[in-house]
Design a protein around this ligand. Structure first.
Ligand code: ZN
Length: 177
C-alpha cells in the first residue's frame, strides 16, 4: 500500500493552484497509486493531488462508495464545461477532518477530463449528477486552492474555524493519546 500523509488545513500547499499534467511518466503512476490507496485508507469519497502535497491537476474518486460501477476513477486536467441546478448538502473534507457544513453546489455538470488509457491520456466528456457532481466540484476546487469552507457564509465559516482550532489544539491531542 502506498498510503501517504494527507495535508491538513493550514498547510500552504492546499491554497495553491495546481499545474496541468502534461505527460504520462512514473511520477503520474506513483501519484495515482498514492491517491487511490490514501483515499481508500481514509475512507474518503475523493482525494485531490494537492491534498498529498502534489501540485498537479488530478484527483481520484471512490467509485464503490458512489455506486458508479465502471466509471473512471482517476480524473486528469478536469474542467467543468456546463453547470445547472443547485442544491445544498452537508460536506466534509479529509484535509479538515471532523468538520461538516452545508455547502451549495450545482446538481448537474458537464465535465471534460483526461483519463489514463494504456499509458496515454485520453480526453473524455461526460455528465455527472447529484452526489457524483458534488464530489467532482469539491475535488476540482482543491486544484484551484479552494476549500469547502470558502463557500460558506462568513458566520458559518467562523464557527467552523473556531471548531477547527479546538480540534487541533495541543491540549486536545494529548488528551486523546
Ligand atoms: Zn476536500
Amino acid at each position: 500500500m502506498s498510503v501517504v500523509p494527507i495535508r491538513l488545513f493550514g498547510d500552504p500547499v492546499l491554497r495553491q493552484r495546481a499545474e496541468p499534467v502534461d505527460q504520462v511518466d512514473h511520477n503520474l503512476h506513483r501519484w495515482i497509486k498514492e491517491l487511490v490507496h490514501t483515499m481508500e485508507a481514509a475512507d474518503g469519497l475523493g482525494l485531490a493531488a494537492p491534498q498529498i502535497g502534489v501540485l498537479r491537476r488530478l484527483f481520484v474518486i471512490n467509485l464503490p462508495a458512489l455506486e458508479l460501477g465502471d466509471a473512471p476513477r482517476v480524473f486528469i486536467n478536469p474542467e467543468i464545461l456546463a453547470k445547472e441546478g443547485w442544491d445544498v448538502a452537508e460536506e466534509g473534507c479529509l484535509s479538515l477532518p471532523g468538520l461538516y457544513a452545508p455547502v451549495g453546489r450545482y446538481t448537474r455538470i458537464r465535465v471534460r477530463a483526461q483519463i489514463l488509457e494504456e499509458d496515454t491520456l485520453k480526453t473524455i466528456t461526460f455528465d455527472a449528477e447529484d452526489l457524483y457532481a458534488r464530489v467532482i466540484q469539491h475535488e476540482l476546487d482543491h486544484l484551484n486552492g479552494v476549500l469547502f469552507i470558502d463557500h460558506l457564509p462568513l458566520r458559518e465559516r467562523a464557527r467552523l474555524l473556531a471548531q477547527w482550532k479546538g480540534l487541533s489544539a495541543p491540549s486536545h491531542r494529548t488528551s486523546s493519546d
